[in-house]
Design a protein around this ligand. Sequence first.
Ligand code: PLP
Length: 346
Amino acid sequence: MSDGPGSGGGSSDGGGGSGDDGGFGFETRAIHVGQDPDPATGAVVTPVYLTSTYAQEAVGKHKGYEYSRSGNPTRTALERCLASLEGAAHGLAFASGLAAEDAVLRLLSLGDGVVLSTDAYGGTYRLISKVHTSLSHTAVDLTDASAPWPVGVKMVWVETPTNPRLAVVDIAAVAARCRAVGALCVVDNTFATPYLQQPLALGAHVVVHSSTKYLGGHSDVVGGFLAVADDGLAEQLRFLQNAVGGVPGPLDCYLVLRGVKTLAVRMDRHCSNAAEVAAMLRAHPGVEEVFYPDASEVAARQMRGFGGMVSFTVRGGEAVARDVAARTRVFTLAESLGAVESLIEH
Ligand code: PLP
């Protein structure tokens, strides 16, 4: 496939904003944005700045970095690169996907209502229902455009395709509805990645990632990321990132940044491999139902490929399903997704 959609934009925020995209396509930006050769040494690869603090010339006089919870050059490189790929003015990296989600939920106040997909990732549901207990939450089938939302809802949490049933939600439609009722539209783009789907261009306010998955791509790092277009929202999230402190270390940032360089080629291959696995499963007599979003008209409109995740049910129920998950060769029985090796889980 050629360079992807969305040329990015917006001004740099001195932290993780894009704005230095130079009109280049997706693959080029994945390799270069935020990653100029190191000015001190000429190193072509962004150094891992393993430092917690930075010398100051005089009180309050420094080169833009004071303390690594507030900012670290390796993290800045990652934030700029991923912001560019999401077409965002601002990017913020976190220690995990859930740490990123936690920061987003802290934008809300006591009693505010959140709508989330009935088929949202279980950890997201746990975070909202068991940790952010001062918020009220309602699970809604967001694939149904006419499903009612509670009056006064402040945030709608979209996941598309969903984990695990790969249901597709029309981002543009939900985002338009959010704007009409004054709610923030948050999209978890972990399953699609910015290579396949760009929620900000479809009207979303915040994009969330578990960069543990496709962005890192090699099962060797846990991380999270937020992309935002709005300056005020970015400022609030940047405050929370520093004030709460759920930040990634520089080596983790380096690993995600290295993974992102090959995101486009990996996603192309994930998509073609998954299509073959889905076709094989659909033809298999032991398989009851296959979930892969290739027949979705909405997916065809808002995604450039259908992703690398396939789920299925088997004839014979849970015992058979557990047996299948335990007996694969090559596929490893393990949690997570989005890396170069294939995994299966029940
Ligand atoms: N969002 C989705 C769709 C996920 O699948 C996951 C983890 O599996 C997360 C968020 C949470 O990310 P992390 O495990 O990096 O905290």
